[in-house]
Design a protein around this ligand. Structure first.
Ligand code: PEP
Ligand code: MN
Length: 218
């Protein structure tokens, strides 16, 4: 990832899984692995905190605390995390309106935290062809309504590896400040979200295309 030009490593140590029987993440051991990757490859670490005590731990190890989609309106967690002073990546709730999302971000700002990034990751729709419905209209809208940077996550937004590259290009063209993309050396073996994880050569392709497109859009 670092060789491909990626700047931040986003991975989950504490994972909010839909089923309690699925892999739940490595917890503290996972945070230690992330810290090692950070030291070895110079990548900033972004990782999710699911509750207040976990957030304290995450703040010790990570550069950015992620608040996942399911916790977007967990106001107790937002207030707590605002007090930790680390930048926060706030993902859009699966059925949150733009207004609810921005007001959740406002909770962080009101708590004194000003380094907040937003991330569009798709909303729930009637269609099961994709995992979520990636709302790219949110990007120019957020840019009009807020000064906060807006990222797009086409991995959770579509759930399908073959859609990640085209939707990354679309996200960039819509004005996104960055992308959150899942990748795995062997997606078939991934313990979480393999179907939406890029192969390493696809990640390199995405990085090259992103750079080329940035030059055109500049
Ligand atoms: C994630 O980014 O690891 C994740 C679980 O995504 P979301 O919260 O958007 O479902
Ligand atoms: Mn995932």
């Amino acid at each position: 990832m670092a060789a491909a030009g990626v700047r931040m490593l986003r991975a989950g140590a504490f994972k909010p899984r839909t089923s309690p029987y699925d892999f739940q993440g490595l917890g503290l051991d996972g945070l230690k692995i992330l810290r090692q990757a950070r030291a070895q490859y110079g990548l900033a670490v972004v990782t999710e905190a699911m509750d207040e005590s976990g957030a304290e731990q995450v703040a010790e190890y990570a550069d950015v605390i992620q608040i996942g989609a399911r916790n977007m309106q967990n106001f107790a967690l937002l207030r707590h995390v605002a007090g930790l002073g680390k930048p926060v990546l706030l993902k859009r709730g699966p059925s949150a309106t733009i207004k609810e999302w921005l007001l959740a971000a406002e909770d962080l700002l009101a708590g004194g935290l000003h380094d907040v990034m937003l991330c569009e990751r798709g909303v729930r729709s009637f269609d099961t062809a994709t995992r979520n419905l990636l709302d790219l209209s949110a990007v120019p809208l957020i840019r009009q309504m807020s000064h906060l940077p807006i990222l797009v996550d086409p991995s959770h937004g579509t759930g399908r590896r073959e859609l990640v590259l085209p939707m990354s290009r679309a996200a960039q063209a819509s004005g996104a400040h960055g992308l959150l993309v899942e990748t795995h050396p062997r997606p078939e073996k991934a313990l979480s979200d393999g179907a939406q994880s890029l192969y390493p050569d696809q990640l390199r392709q995405l990085a090259a295309q992103t750079r080329a497109l940035a030059a055109v859009l500049a």
